[in-house]
Design a binder for this molecule. Structure first.
Ligand code: SF4
Length: 335
């Protein structure tokens, strides 16, 4: 199975995680995103378990990701006015880049800045909260075969080593059958196995825990170096800003064949021309069947400005917003 063909499955796993986290135990507030990680390792699905009050404080900084340059400024901005070079730790790269980041952070109203004696000073608007509790990586393999099991074993071993994630899972589709025990034996014992059954649609009960995970190298967590802490925060920030519904950003909801279809409690993209869930790669400007929305869809008779394509993006944005509200409220139940 090509990575692209796993796309539809991945969306269902993301929605399941949003509905049911933590599998087998019950609600924990969490943010779900997909296709995130580092240069060396990309995770299919990422679950960021959060502290609800701290998450609500993070939301006060806005809905967009705070990228690594901005994070350096925002995390260390002092309570009282100070020259930025006095206030911030040396970033390990030239100060002029920090100065740019200070301007950018002020432009987004993440901090305050002013000029005194020809020096740029900054002050925080509010402390940046410690909102990330745990980071969990999920690998999605709807069809688990031997080669996939071998590859996964390597990847999960890497996760154990780097200690960027606290926990790792494999999600695989079982449609009522047990996961092949021989393949399970290939997996590192630390990784959990989630046996999904999405035939009847996605809901909080659409998966079982076939194997419980263990914390990846818990002793290491205590000794995490500042660089790892920062990299984890960067991943969490990207997850927060991106979520898992951002697929519409790279697909073509402005194509007349593009639809969102319900699968249980999930909304997933559907191509009416190809009568399938299109992959992110094929549903692009180079798709031979792409057909733009007729201009009249965008003007008359359509209740949302911008036409149906824009309307679908709004539906996804609203859902993401609603999920963020729910997590900040500390409400584990998703509707
Ligand atoms: S026809 Fe192509 S561009 Fe249009 S929805 Fe289908 S896959 Fe996407």
């Amino acid at each position: 199975m090509t990575p692209d063909a796993e796309f539809g499955y991945e969306l269902l796993v993301c929605r399941y995680a949003e509905l049911a986290w933590y599998p087998g135990e019950g609600p924990r507030p969490a943010v779900v995103a997909r296709q995130l990680g580092t240069k060396e390792r990309r995770w299919d699905t990422v679950v960021i378990e959060v502290d609800p009050a701290a998450f609500a404080a993070r939301r006060a900084f806005g809905d967009r990701t705070i990228d690594s340059d901005l994070l350096h400024v925002v995390r260390h901005a002092p309570a009282e006015w100070a020259w930025y070079r006095d206030a911030l730790p040396h970033p390990g790269y030239p100060w002029r880049y920090v100065r740019q980041a200070v301007h950018r952070a002020a432009g987004r109203e993440l901090i305050e800045k002013r000029r005194r004696n020809n020096r740029i000073q900054l002050r925080r608007k509010r402390p940046y909260p410690d909102w990330v509790k745990r980071i969990v990586a999920i690998e999605n393999k709807p069809d688990l075969d031997r080669s996939a099991a071998d590859r996964l074993a390597d990847q999960l071993a890497h996760d154990v080593e780097t200690c960027l994630a606290d926990e790792a899972w494999l999600a695989t589709e079982t449609t009522g059958e047990r996961v092949e025990p021989a393949l399970l034996r290939e997996m590192p014992v630390e990784a959990g196995i989630l046996a999904t059954d999405f035939e009847g649609g996605v809901g909080a009960d659409a998966a079982d825990v076939a194997w419980h995970p263990s914390d990846l190298a818990p002793a290491e967590h205590e000794r995490r170096d500042p660089e790892t802490v920062t990299r984890r925060l960067e991943i969490a920030e990207r997850a927060y800003g991106k979520g898992w519904r951002s697929f519409a950003d790279t697909m073509r909801p402005d194509c007349r064949h593009f639809e969102l279809r319900r699968n249980g409690q999930a909304l997933v993209p559907y191509c009416a021309a190809k009568e399938t869930v299109p992959t992110a790669r094929e549903c692009s400007g180079s798709c031979a069947s792409f057909s733009p929305e007729p201009p009249q869809w965008r003007t008359k008779g359509w209740p949302i400005e911008g036409g149906p394509g824009k309307g679908l993006e709004l539906v996804l944005d609203r859902r993401r917003e609603r999920e963020r509200d729910r997590v900040a409220d500390g409400d584990g139940e998703s509707d």
